[in-house]
Design a protein around this ligand. Structure first.
Ligand code: OSB
Ligand code: MG
Length: 376
């Protein structure tokens, strides 16, 4: 990673936006009907720019972070920790290292700096971070539906569109109903289930009963804090355990792998504090032979650009949650909506940075607040 000598930041602008989701997204922690987030634009004196996006939820249900809390943390602690000379993601992370947690707030700026630096170098982000191919294989994450008929219809449609792996959300009490219905119709598809921490270690017997469905892996059965629980479950189950919420840093990832609690890792750059930490987790997992894939947080076309770049890394061994723009939004906020090809791949653009530009006319329309910070 390099940073152009003498480059200085001029301003950082946040755009709070609301855009409707095509389908409500129900998980064990709640329902999301619209996307509420903020988009980051960093600008240098030389006129270059970088984009970022905050992946926190509208409410603190997935984790303790939320968009409004992240914007407050940015305003009160992150922005006052930096100045116009902080253009490099590594230096940025050093400056904000005193702030405990709030990874999604930090990542919203850290990632904008990666986009900026790749653009300054004239390089596509996927190559800038060491991608080894130009595409990633894509899966789709399907929320809990009203009934199994609807679920099966949606699965059929996504398979038709080329998606290579189906992930379904499950919750305590609904697991057998959901998974047996899918396996009756589709005995052989690549299938995974994500509980978003809805079970407790006392549910071990219930969960080992899921081995019969031949899942590629089971994602985050227990709450984020349970390293021992996941390690014991991994011992007891044939199905590999994949961790999402638990993995908040490279150190936690190392402990989880040491304990055998993470047999697969879902990397979400927002959850771990940005791309620097994502790359460290990717490399550490690769050294240990632990496969990873890239998770999603229903990002707009901006956040999606970073996830797509990450899917091109060598240790991404399973399809990622990086679906096409139209799976989430009627109209995306970027000029080039993300598309999945007929073979279930999503391609990283060859243009500099994340390779997409904001559709400013649309962004203005859906902006509900705006905040500008002048640096230096
Ligand atoms: O647990 O992976 C998750 C969306 C919001 C919060 C948590 C999760 C998800 C998804 C959606 O599963 C993945 C996507 O962006 O398609
Ligand atoms: Mg998950």
């Amino acid at each position: 990673m390099t940073s152009r000598h003498g480059e200085e930041l001029k301003k950082i602008t946040l755009y709070g936006i609301r855009l409707p989701l095509v389908h409500p997204f129900r998980t064990s922690f709640g329902v999301e009907r619209e996307k509420y987030t903020y988009i980051v634009v960093v600008e240098t004196r030389s006129g270059e720019h970088g984009y970022g996006e905050c992946v926190a939820g509208q409410q603190p249900r997935y984790s303790y972070e939320s968009i409004d809390i992240a914007a407050l943390v940015l305003d009160k602690y992150i922005i006052p920790s930096i100045d116009s000379t902080v253009t490099n993601p590594e230096i940025f992370m050093e400056r904000v290292g005193w702030i405990k947690g709030h990874n999604m707030a930090k990542a919203s700026i850290e990632m904008a700096l990666w986009d900026l630096n790749a653009r300054l170098e004239g390089e596509p982000l996927y190559r800038y971070i060491g991608g080894v191919r130009r595409y990633g294989e894509v899966g789709v994450s399907i929320g809990i539906q009203g009934d199994t008929h609807q679920l099966l219809r949606r699965i059929a449609s996504f398979l038709d569109q080329g998606y290579r792996r189906i992930k379904v959300k499950i919750e305590r009490g609904l697991e057998h109903e959901i998974l047996s219905a899918i396996r009756r119709e589709y005995p052989d598809i690549a299938l995974t289930a994500d509980a978003n921490g809805d079970y407790m270690p006392s549910d071990k017997e219930l969960l080992t009963g899921l081995d019969r469905y031949g899942l590629l892996y089971l994602e985050q059965p227990y709450p984020w804090w349970s390293l021992k629980g996941h390690a014991e479950l991994a011992q007891a189950m044939e199905t590999p355990i994949c961790l999402d919420e638990t993995i908040t840093s490279r150190e936690v990832a190392e402990e989880a792998m040491d304990l055998g609690a993470a047999e697969v890792i879902n990397i979400k750059p927002g959850r771990v504090g940005g791309l620097l930490e994502s790359l460290a987790i990717h490399d550490e997992a690769m050294e240990r032979g632990v496969p990873v894939w890239i998770g999603g947080m229903l990002e707009t076309g901006v956040g999606r650009g970073f996830n797509v770049a990450l899917t091109t890394l060598p240790n991404v061994k399973y399809p990622s949650d990086v679906s096409a723009s139209n799976r989430y939004y009627e109209k995306d906020i970027v000029e080039e909506p993300w598309e999945v090809d007929s073979q279930g791949r999503i391609w990283a653009p060859e243009k500099p940075g994340i390779g997409v530009e904001i559709d400013w006319e649309y962004l203005e329309k859906i902006t509900v607040w705006r905040k500008e910070y002048r640096l230096g």
